[in-house]
Design a protein around this ligand. Structure first.
Ligand code: AMP
Ligand code: MN
Ligand code: MN
Ligand code: MN
Length: 285
């Protein structure tokens, strides 16, 4: 699975590049395939396919892959599930409409908490940074650019992370239901960035085991920030639970330590997601 990146964000959620800019960047980096996986949103997918058609010349082979990163709940924790390589379907549209409404309701509650804390005009101030669906990353940007908080990291640590002053417990779809929807529309369900939940290996084992039980297809074993050892550990989990292996940078914005495709070819994949029967680069959107 050479030079694939199956997890990335555009300005339709909390990334900074448009889908067109992302596709051009991926082609410029000689990636063979890129999946756009915005948070709970498919709004960038059509543009990604169009940009791919317009950018390709006869020598370059590049595939754009439909995707979405769904925010879910498992055992009271926020777990992200990436769905890949599906065609548009009313079942997924309906789920994402519900998620979008939950995002709006949560944003109002976060804004209220920040206003009680003393900041002003929070919802409108944050919305001006969100070109697509509103995320906590946009609240962080508002706090830094308009309220004098010194960094995005501080904005999360002080206000937006779980248990902090402006955290609102979300009521996202359950992990099992999100898997069911992605599988039933012919997509591939992937547990996103398993090491980002700070679970420790024992609890993580429980999560991955559960994910397999409810029909999950694959786990991400490579992400730009992971060491070889961490990637090997995740590959071990894929063996233990007979899951396929996906790779994704989780790219949000260009910086000196983030790029599409970065660090995704460190370990050899022996059960790549491309082995899935639903993997099909000619699917129509
Ligand atoms: P949401 O899906 O609205 O809860 O927003 C979560 C998004 O905020 C994640 O996808 C990340 O892009 C970003 N995020 C979460 N935690 C942090 C953090 N500690 N520092 C920077 N960005 C973060
Ligand atoms: Mn994000
Ligand atoms: Mn995520
Ligand atoms: Mn992501």
């Amino acid at each position: 699975m050479y030079r694939f990146d199956l997890h990335s964000h555009s300005s339709c959620s909390d990334g900074t590049l448009t889908p067109t800019e992302l596709v051009k960047r991926a082609i410029g980096l000689n990636l063979a395939a890129l999946a756009l996986t915005d948070h709970d949103s498919l709004n960038g997918i059509s543009e990604g396919f169009t940009a791919t058609e317009l950018s390709l010349n006869s020598e370059k082979k590049f595939n754009f892959i439909s995707g979405v990163e769904i925010s879910t709940i498992w055992n009271g924790l926020e777990i992200h599930m990436v769905g890949l390589n599906f065609s548009r379907h009313p079942l997924l549209d309906e789920l994402l409409q519900q998620q979008a409404q939950k995002r709006i309701d949560r944003a109002k509650q976060i804004a209220h908490k920040l206003e009680v804390y003393g900041f002003q005009n929070v919802l409108a101030g944050t919305q001006k940074y969100a070109k697509g669906d509103i995320t906590r990353a946009h609240f962080a940007q508002f706090l830094v650019e308009d309220c004098g908080v010194t960094s995005i990291d501080k904005a999360f640590k002080k206000f937006l992370s779980k248990g902090k002053k402006a955290y609102v417990t979300p009521n996202w779809v359950s992990l099992a239901e999100a898997v069911l929807v992605i599988n039933s529309i012919g997509g591939i369900s992937v547990l996103a960035h398993p090491l980002e939940y700070d679970l420790g290996y024992q609890k993580l084992d429980g999560l991955i085991s559960y994910f397999k039980q409810v029909g999950g297809d694959a786990i991400e074993v490579a992400r730009s920030n992971l060491s070889t050892k961490q990637q090997q550990k995740l590959r071990d989990f894929s063996h233990k639970y007979d899951l396929l292996q996906s790779v994704g940078s989780d790219f949000h914005r260009p910086s000196s330590w983030h790029n599409l495709g970065k660090n995704l070819n460190i370990i050899e994949l022996d059960k790549p997601i491309t082995n899935h029967p639903n993997w099909d680069l000619n699917k129509l959107w």
